[in-house]
Design a protein around this ligand. Sequence first.
Ligand SMILES: [Zn+2]
Ligand SMILES: [Zn+2]
Length: 305
Amino acid sequence: MTIIVYIFAFPRTEKCSCSKGEKGACEKCQKNCFFLLKNRARCYIIYMYKYIVCTLACEEDLLEQIYTIPVNEAFDAALVSDTPVCPFCSLFKKLEEDELDIILGASMMEPDIRQKTNDQGFCLDHFKKMLIRRRRLGMGLILESHLAEVKKKLSPTARDLVGGVGTSALAELLALEEDCYVCSRIEKNLSAMTATAVYLYQSDPKFTEKFKGQKMFCLVHFRAMADYAKKKLQKKLFREFYECAFGILDGYLTTLTADVSWFCKKFDYRYDEEPWYNSKDSIERAICFLSGDDGTVEQKKGTNE
Ligand SMILES: [Zn+2]
Ligand SMILES: [Zn+2]
C-alpha cells in the first residue's frame, strides 16, 4: 500500500523533505544524488530512490547544522586549554551532565520520556551519577514505574510456549542489562557530533585549522571519528584527515608514555632527588586516554596511595 502511494505521489509533488527544499531536490542532494534527474519523468523507481537519498542526506545535513556550534566550542576550548583535552570527551561530559539534569528535572514527568526510562532503565554508572545529584524523590518516581515495567517483562508470554519456561523473561533481562536511557541518548548525540566534526573538517577551513591545532584525542573517540571519516570522505581526503588526527594522537601517546615511565622510575631510590616533571598525574591521564573517560578519574598526584 505504501509503495503504491509513493508511486503516485512522487512525480506530482517533486518535493525534497529537507530544511532547504521547496521544490525539487536541494543543492546538497543534487550534488550527492547518484541519480541526478534531468529527465524527471522517466522512471518511478528512480524517483523513489532519489527521494530516499535526498531525505537521508538532508536529515544528515540538518543534524550537522544543529551540532556545529557545540562542536566548534569544544574544539575552541581544547585548543586553548593548558592541559591536553580530547574535545569529544568534553562533549561527552557536557551531554551526560545535560541528560542527567533533564531526566531528574523537566523531563521527569513527561509521559514519552518516562515510557523510555521504564523500558530501557539505566546502567550502574548512571544510577550512581543520578544518586549524587540528591534528587531522591525524582529517582523514586522513576524507579517506581521502572520496577513495575520490569515486573511486567518477567511475566510469561506466548514465546515461552515455544521456547520453554523463562525464554521471554531471560531475553528481556539480557536486553535490559545492555541498555541505558542516558547512555543511548549520549551515544546518539555524540555520533552526530562526530559526524559534524568530520563534515566541518572537509567544508570549513577555519575548523580544519582548529582541528590541526588539537593537543590530543583519546583512543575511543579517535577510533569513532576515523571510522566515520573512512566511510564518508573520499580516499585522498581521508588519508589527509587520518594522518592529521593520527599525528595528534601519536604525539600525545609518546609524551604520555614517557610521563608514565618517569612516574615508575620515581619509585626507585636512585631517582629520589630528581623532580617529578609532568608525571604526577600520568596514571590518571593514561586511563583517560585509553578509555575515553571524561577526566574525572580521581587524582592522587605523585603518590602510590
Ligand atoms: Zn575522547
Ligand atoms: Zn548509562
